[in-house]
Each structure stands twice: as structure tokens, then as C-alpha cells.
Design a protein. Structure first.
Length: 481
């Protein structure tokens, strides 16, 4: 989803987000999309650094004495990996001063600077306060990263950067046509995370059908363990396993229709079957009591303590929960359980895609510097450093040589191998951030899993939200090509 905007030590609820947005002027009038003001085209921009000479060692033509500012989201991956990459930049350009900072408040920190035309040169646009990608692209606030992708890779001048990336990474950064607006740095495996030790204690294997899932949850309940928990305050975590399940049951075309905001896309039988399956977890009492009131850290902590067997999450969870996961936990991830043998796609169908979206603002003073910092980060050494420190893969197709894989990372790699070509990549979370998080997540799935509305009511509500977004002329719309 990311990379999605989903990990970090701090988040905001829907009411708090709306209040905060109103307070800083992001909601100017009814009907104006949340965060739309953050992409204002106002401001004349700051003075651009004069481009440097392009050489074999400086293929992007970075001005060797120009300053470079890098703002990182301080979340589940921490900031050490980025600080290490900055040191390489400083070594390569000793005459340049780098200003590096990390924050969990990306939107509220950077929105005024976008409006004023003085954004940083490189931003990790993630977290609960992620700026709306679709709005930034639609308002032409981002630089096209094609020069970076076509530049020689940091390690091998005979290879372009784009030729060193994992499948799908370039396409994820495209919204409409050839330009690439976002470089997703992490490579995230989404799915159902669990303790293999806990599953073994039930004398069960990971369930492949929903009847098997209910059987495992019933067994866990008898032993005092809930079947599931999730980030109740941020229920847009639920799609990390629900969306690929929908794709498995109905085929990738169902997810594409949802992404495209097509009429009645949410009324597809596969969506209905999957919503009803998840609602059954609530109805049968298989969800950890109090889950709707838990944030991501609290739900992960309860799960790590053995209070619940399964949790929908992304591969950052191993690093983010490292201080609470027991040494003998045997962390594992699996592709979503399906309904039954009639599913369109095989068991193993997985959502895996780029996460941690990095952008270079169009009005950055030193865009070449921002792209060069990314070129450094996409080297084999920086990729290995990231993987070894945060237990997650990067967009660089490799970077695991010589690293002893941790249990979760080893399991994630195995899931990717099993999935093969059966990968899905829902785009709704990065095309329409507010729709995904606040409406589908909080008002739809969150209410359903808390038992306050039925699956039928949730589908009707979510379809309504999607229809509203489709008709909203103030936002740019995207479709699968």
C-alpha cells in the first residue's frame, strides 16, 4: 500500500483527522476533498539549484555544492537505513550540505511548504498523515522520476535503475500514462500473520478454505485464544488480507473494477462472500474482545502475547513488533484463506507490492539531488542494509545475499515463491487515500467488523462512497490501462 500509509507509532482517528484538517484549512468548503489543499498550485516555487555536469559518476547531473533536503516518515522501519544512505550521498558530494529529518506528521508538516512552493527535495510520503497521492499527481505537484529510472544503476553502469527493480514497482508509480511519480522503496508482502508455534499447539495447519478457518478459530477459542484481531482504530488494515481474498475468490478483474470506481463493483458476489465470511468471525465471537478500540500497536502487542492467532498486516510488522514478539514465536505469514474450491484463483494468491512511497516534489530546489539519493538507496549495499536492519525487502530485485533471513522475512519470501504469477495489487489505497482510509476503512469495514452494520449495509455504504468519488469532479480519476 505500501506501501500503503499504515505503519508508524502514531495515528489519528477519523474525527481527529477531520478536526485537524479543518483547523489548518484543508477543508475549505463542503465537497472539497480532504488534503486537496495540500496540492495547491499556489506559490512561485523556490530558487532551483543550477544543474551540475553529467558524468559517468554523476549521471543525473547533481550540483555538487547544492544543499539537499530529505524528509522521512518515522514509522515501522525507523530512520537508520535512511541516515546510512544519506552518509553515502555526503561522501559522494562532500561539498553539499544535507538536511535530514524524520517525522510522523508528514501532511501537517509539509502541506504549508507545498502551498508555499518550498517543499523538500525528497519525501517519504507515508503514515497516518500521508498526503493524498492522487491529489499530488493530479495537481502536478510531483516530479517525473523517469530520469532516475533511466539513469545507470549505482552498482552497474551497464544496467538502468529500472532494470534492477522488482516486477510491478515501476507500474505502481504510474497513475496515468508513462510518467512515474512515485518510487515505492519497500517491497511489502500483505497477508495473514501468525505464530507457527501457536498454530502447532492447536495441531492445525494454516487454513486454505473458510470452513477450515472457522474450525481453527473454534479450536483456538476453546483454548482461550481469539482467532483474530486487527487495528480497530485504523480498520483500513483489514483490506491487507480481505482485498487479496476478494481477488482470489472473484478474480483480479473484481479488484480492477473496484479500483476503477465502476458502478456496482462492490456488489459483485465475490465481495459479498468475503464480507460475509469476515463478518462471521465477529458473529461467532472469534475476534479478540475490545479489538475495535485498539490501534495498530495495541492489536499487534495483544497478538504477539498470544491473545489472538491471526492478524492482517504487512511485512513491516516483524520490525515494528520486534520488542514484543517472543523469541520462540516462529513468526509466519500466509496468503489469505479463500472460500472453497470454486475460487477463481488458487490458494497462495497474494497481495505483494511496493510500499513506503518516496516522491520528489516538482518545485523542489534540488530535484536531481533527491533522485540521486534514491539512486543510492536502490543500490545492492543500501538494499541489504535496509533488509538486514528492518526485516523487509526493498524494490531492488535482490539485496538478500549474505543475510540470514529472520522468520517473518523467510516466510514472506516463501509466500512470494508460492504465489508465483498469482499476485494482486489493489490500487485504490494509493489512488484514493481518503476514500480507502476514512470511508471504506473506518465507516465501512470498521463498522461492520464492530457489529454495528451488516455486510449488506457495509456494501451499500461503501458502494455509495465509491460512487460519490467517481462523480467528484474536484479529484482526478485513474483507471487500469
Amino acid at each position: 500500500m505500501g506501501s500503503l500509509p499504515h505503519h508508524g507509532g502514531e495515528g489519528v482517528g477519523r474525527r481527529d483527522l477531520i478536526k485537524r484538517s479543518a483547523a489548518i484549512g484543508l477543508i475549505a468548503a463542503p465537497g472539497m476533498g480532504l488534503l486537496s489543499a495540500c496540492a495547491s498550485s499556489g506559490g512561485d516555487g523556490q530558487g532551483k539549484a543550477k544543474a551540475g555536469e553529467k558524468t559517468a559518476k554523476n549521471p543525473l547531473g547533481v550540483n555538487k555544492t547544492a544543499g539537499m533536503e530529505f524528509v522521512l516518515f518515522d514509522g515501522g522501519f525507523g530512520k537508520e537505513y535512511a541516515e546510512d544512505a544519506v552518509k553515502i550521498y555526503e561522501k559522494d558530494f562532500p561539498g553539499a550540505k544535507v538536511k535530514f529529518s524524520a517525522t510522523q506528521k508528514i501532511q501537517s508538516t509539509l502541506q504549508p511548504r507545498f502551498n508555499g512552493g518550498t517543499p523538500p527535495d525528497l519525501i517519504d510520503n507515508s503514515g497516518a498523515e500521508q498526503m493524498d497521492m492522487g491529489v499530488l499527481v493530479g495537481k502536478k505537484q510531483l516530479a517525473d522520476l523517469t530520469p532516475l529510472l533511466d539513469a545507470p544503476s549505482y552498482d552497474d553502469p551497464s544496467k538502468k535503475v529500472r532494470d534492477t527493480l522488482r516486477p510491478g514497482i515501476v507500474e505502481m508509480g504510474q497513475f496515468d500514462g508513462d510518467p512515474v511519480w512515485i518510487m515505492y522503496y519497500a517491497y511489502t508482502v500483505y497477508g495473514v500473520w501468525y505464530s507457527q508455534k501457536a498454530l502447532d499447539s492447536l495441531d492445525e495447519k494454516y487454513p486454505e478454505t473458510w470452513d477450515e478457518m472457522l474450525k481453527v478459530c473454534a479450536k483456538a477459542k476453546k483454548k482461550g485464544m481469539a482467532g483474530w484481531t486487527y487495528a480497530g482504530k485504523y480498520p483500513y488494515y483489514i483490506p491487507f488480507s480481505l482485498y487479496p481474498m476478494i481477488g482470489k475468490v472473484g478474480g483480479v478483474e473484481v479488484l480492477n473494477a473496484i479500483d476503477n470506481l465502476e458502478p456496482n463493483a462492490w456488489k459483485h458476489p465475490a465481495v459479498k462472500a468475503c464480507f460475509e465470511a469476515y463478518y462471521e468471525l465477529y458473529k461467532k465471537g472469534y475476534v479478540l474482545r475490545g479489538t475495535p478500540g485498539l490501534d495498530h500497536i495495541q492489536s499487534q502487542t495483544a497478538w504477539a502475547k498470544g491473545e489472538a492467532l491471526f492478524i492482517p498486516n504487512g511485512s513491516w510488522v516483524e520490525n515494528e513488533s520486534a520488542n514484543v514478539i517472543p523469541a520462540d514465536f516462529a513468526l509466519a505469514v500466509a496468503a489469505p484463506t479463500g472460500i472453497d474450491g470454486s475460487d477463481k484463483m488458487p490458494f497462495g494468491t497474494t497481495w505483494a507490492s511496493g510500499g513506503e512511497p518516496f516522491v520528489v516534489p516538482a518545485k523542489a530546489a534540488n530535484p536531481q539531488g533527491g533522485m540521486e539519493q534514491l539512486r543510492i538507496m536502490l543500490s545492492a549495499a543500501s538494499s541489504r542494509n535496509f533488509t538486514s536492519k528492518v526485516k523487509s525487502l526493498t524494490a531492488f530485485d535482490g539485496g538478500t545475499d549474505g543475510i540470514t533471513l529472520t522468520p517473518g522475512l523467510k516466510s514472506a519470501v516463501a509466500v512470494l515463491e508460492k504465489a508465483g504469477a498469482n499476485l494482486v495489487n489493489p490500487r485504490l489505497p494509493d489512488w484514493y487515500v481518503q476514500l480507502e482510509k476514512e470511508k471504506i476503512g473506518v465507516s465501512g469495514l470498521g463498522e461492520m467488523m464492530a457489529g454495528r452494520i451488516t455486510p449488506a449495509e457495509a456494501i451499500k455504504r461503501i458502494q455509495g462512497y465509491a460512487d460519490e468519488a467517481a462523480k467528484d469532479t474536484s479529484i482526478k480519476h485513474y483507471k487500469h490501462q
